[in-house]
Write a protein that binds this ligand. Structure first.
Ligand code: AMP
Length: 317
């Protein structure tokens, strides 16, 4: 197998990858601002196909191609599933590139690199935020099934997403849902022995074990986020909208009860447990607060929003 020179992307598995120019596409409009660059709706000139072009921002990079982008590309290249966004190819612009006003931009010597994705019409947050929008139970079931199927596929392929939230769940006009934005994703091994960063997952969807500082974790972190989204869809608004880490934990404890060695064996050994443990007793109120939810939905939610990550039911088997 050919080895890429240092600093080069090894895209040899698909010879066309990275060899086409962004000029093969006509940018139609900017549709988003990603973690590390703008996202455009664009049309492939030859086929007329509509795609999403995600520009990889290089301006803050002193060390060449950003490691987060390399990770995202490597991970997405091995994932092929109907509920995971498809990375179609990488295209480049040799530069000098122009900004929107036609001036050369700061990256002109480095050129631009774009990820080409299949285009999706909406994201779940955007749909849910429409005035008067309330999803029906069958719609919620349909989105949840797709979310869990896509996530199960990632996990059996040993990929943690680590940023599951509504704005990263893309939906097309046929109601298909796909997981997107693998900028924080990483591969994991099943023994959970590696030390991983706990500063991942958007605060409102971050599980208690990460907020308490654990560095050894697995797929259960993504399932907590799924539980938060499930409850949010049924409830009509986010269930844990904390403004900082302590408030986030407090909101979780108020609904799910305070963790202790009985309901979560080993919790007292998690690094920041003593800093954050509640000073008053707090009991689990999930069933009481969400008593208006469908009985089966509530049962599922109980199994997803479990404090002890080793008790979380994965994929509802
Ligand atoms: P991301 O960095 O992947 O989260 O992208 C930022 C935003 O760009 C998203 O929240 C979407 O609004 C939009 N976006 C990203 N990928 C696509 C896509 N494949 N199709 C349509 N819009 C997208």
């Amino acid at each position: 197998m050919a080895i890429a020179a240092p600093g080069q992307l090894n895209l040899n598995e698909s010879p066309s990858w990275g060899s086409r120019s962004v000029d093969c596409f006509e940018k139609l409009e900017q549709i988003g601002e990603g973690t590390y660059g703008q996202v455009y709706m664009a049309k492939e000139i030859k086929t007329g196909e509509i795609v999403a072009l995600k520009k990889i921002r290089m301006d803050n990079e002193r060390e060449g191609f950003p490691i987060t982008a390399i990770r995202e590309i490597k991970i997405l290249k091995k994932l092929h599933h109907e509920n995971v966004i498809k990375l179609k190819e990488i295209v480049t612009s040799p530069g000098p590139e122009k900004d929107e006003q036609g001036r050369p931009d700061g990256n002109k010597y480095k050129g631009g690199i774009y990820m080409v994705f299949e285009y999706m019409d909406h994201d779940l947050t955007g749909l849910a935020d429409r005035p008067g929008m309330r999803f029906s139970v069958p719609q919620i079931k349909c989105y949840m099934r797709q979310l869990l199927t896509g996530l199960h596929y990632c996990h059996v392929n040993q990929v943690l997403h680590r940023d599951i939230k509504g704005s990263n769940l893309l939906i097309d006009n046929e109601g298909n849902l796909k997981l997107a934005d693998f900028g924080l994703a990483r591969s994991f091994s099943n023994d959970h022995n590696a030390n991983l960063t706990n500063r991942v997952i958007t605060l409102w969807y971050r599980p208690p074990e990460l907020l308490l500082g654990t560095t050894k974790y697995g797929p259960a972190v993504d399932m907590w986020s799924v539980g938060c989204i499930f409850a949010e869809l049924l409830h009509g608004k986010p269930i844990f909208p904390g403004k900082d880490e302590p408030e986030q934990l407090n909101k979780i404890f108020e609904l799910c009860g305070a963790p202790d060695e009985v309901n979560w064996p080993g919790v007292s050994k998690i690094p920041w447990y003593n800093n954050f443990k509640p000073t008053r007793p707090m009991k689990r109120r999930l069933r009481e607060v969400f008593r208006h939810f469908d009985r089966h939905a509530l049962e599922l939610l109980e199994r997803m929003l479990t404090l002890d990550p080793s008790q979380v039911s994965l994929y509802l088997t």
